[in-house]
Design a protein around this ligand. Structure first.
Ligand SMILES: Nc1ncnc2c1ncn2[C@@H]1O[C@H](COP(=O)(O)OP(=O)(O)O)[C@@H](O)[C@H]1O
Ligand SMILES: [Mg+2]
Length: 399
């Protein structure tokens, strides 16, 4: 398999080739968009990704990305730019560019971005080749619903939302489990002020895990949420395999009405497994261009992976911050409606620092009210009652 490098400047091209060495891919050096397209035509499905250097002008780079997207939509494009701007990022979004890096990035940053692009490309191919069934149909044997909270960017408020959502669902009287899949830096336990004696690692290393054993690894919260905490040391995280996560989620959904999953800001294998099993997904962003860019890319990726058959809701957090972007801007960039906007509030960091979810701390506040709306959108069924019929424009339909 191969990656195409597009860079007219000889030294720049050599540097980029060096940066992607170690990714286990052939690097095909090209000096212009036409050469890159010719390489794609010759190599066909051998090409996994493209890396466009800063030697191409913005216009040429964006034009090439558009041609690549047309010819091979599954090939992610990573762009190096001397200067980026909101405008460039927006244009990049429209042409399906995976990532825009500053030209001053070091080789490790370029390699990491390409590695992420390759990971998603590989997973897309695997799934599309496998008939595209993103989510196995488990109708009949799925008493509980899995709800995943995701954003491809850190600090958007995933853990804040996941913990409060779990509490909101528990307040309806449903049995709720909360799984911390941020295996390296999970902070569900901290936000709920829990002191777990066991973590997901204990569950993952048990060869014949059953529901009773799994239950013994959960840490209860007074609000009625049973938490499966992340490992305490980041180094351990890698021992929790995707297949172990799949088994854990299957077991939890057999004993809880809702399983809320908090995630890291990455399409890791473990996160993919959660998407595979999710009945509903909250995609989270804040009102800044990089965050919306990542949300758009996430939506495109999910659409390609056919995850959109599950309930997907777009949630903008801190939606009243005065930072330039407004909700209608976001909706027009996304081509989709924002389902719930959660306001910014000082009570959030205060409650986070206290370890008491804001929905308990200030149940009548705006934030709590917004979280209940998220819960109503993601889990419209009151435990036991049938889901109301709803007609809704597809999230990914352009308006
Ligand atoms: N609506 C909000 N208003 C004010 N602060 C918020 C809000 N949502 C999140 N925060 C703050 O942002 C920080 C990051 O949130 P967190 O849930 O840890 O993000 P993530 O899990 O996506 O990395 C938290 O410390 C929290 O206090
Ligand atoms: Mg988090």
């Amino acid at each position: 398999m191969a990656v195409i490098i597009v860079e007219p400047d000889e030294t720049g091209a050599a540097w980029l080739t060096h940066a992607v060495a170690g990714l286990d891919q052939r690097a095909l050096r090209t000096a212009s968009p036409d050469e890159a397209m010719a390489a794609l035509a010759t190599e066909g499905r051998e090409i996994l990704a493209a890396l466009v250097g800063s030697g191409l002008a913005d216009e040429e780079a964006l034009g090439l990305a558009a041609r690549l997207q047309q010819a091979a939509p599954e090939v992610p494009v990573v762009l190096l730019r001397r200067q980026d701007s909101g405008e460039l990022l927006r244009a990049a979004l429209r042409t399906g560019i995976r990532d825009v890096l500053p030209a001053s990035s070091d080789a490790a940053a370029v390699r990491a971005s390409m590695a992420r692009a390759l990971e998603i490309a590989g997973s897309l191919r695997g799934r599309l080749a496998g008939g595209g069934a993103g989510r196995p149909d488990l109708a009949g044997d799925r008493p509980g619903e899995i709800i995943t909270v995701f954003s491809a960017k850190g600090g958007c408020g995933k853990t804040f939302l996941a913990t409060n959502l779990a509490v909101a669902l528990a307040a309806r009287g449903a049995g709720v489990a909360l799984v911390d899949l941020d295996l390296h830096f999970g902070d569900v336990a901290i936000m709920l002020q829990l002191f777990p004696t066991h973590t997901i690692q204990d569950a993952a290393r048990e060869l014949e895990l059953d529901a009773a054993a799994l239950r013994s690894y959960l840490t209860p919260h007074a609000a009625g949420v049973w938490t499966l905490a992340a490992p305490t040391e980041p180094a351990i995280a890698d021992t929790v395999s995707a297949s172990a996560v799949a088994a854990v989620l299957r077991l939890l959904r057999s004993s809880f009405a809702y399983v809320v999953v908090d995630t890291p800001a990455a399409f890791s294998d473990q996160v993919m497994v959660a998407f595979d099993q999710s009945d509903a997904t909250a995609l989270l962003a804040t009102l800044d261009v990089p965050s919306i860019k990542n949300l758009k890319l996430t939506m495109q990726t999910m659409e390609r992976l056919r995850y959109t058959r599950s309930r997907v809701r777009v949630v903008v957090n801190r939606a009243d911050s005065r930072v330039g972007l407004r909700l209608p801007d976001v909706e027009s960039i996304l081509g989709a409606a924002v389902d719930v906007a959660i306001p910014s509030s000082r009570s959030v960091p205060i409650s986070v620092n206290k370890g008491n979810p804001v929905i308990l701390e200030e149940p009548r506040g705006n934030v709590a009210e917004a979280i209940r709306r998220v819960a109503a959108q993601l889990a419209p069924t009151v435990a036991g009652a049938p889901a109301p019929l709803r007609s809704r424009r597809s999230l990914f339909q352009r308006s």
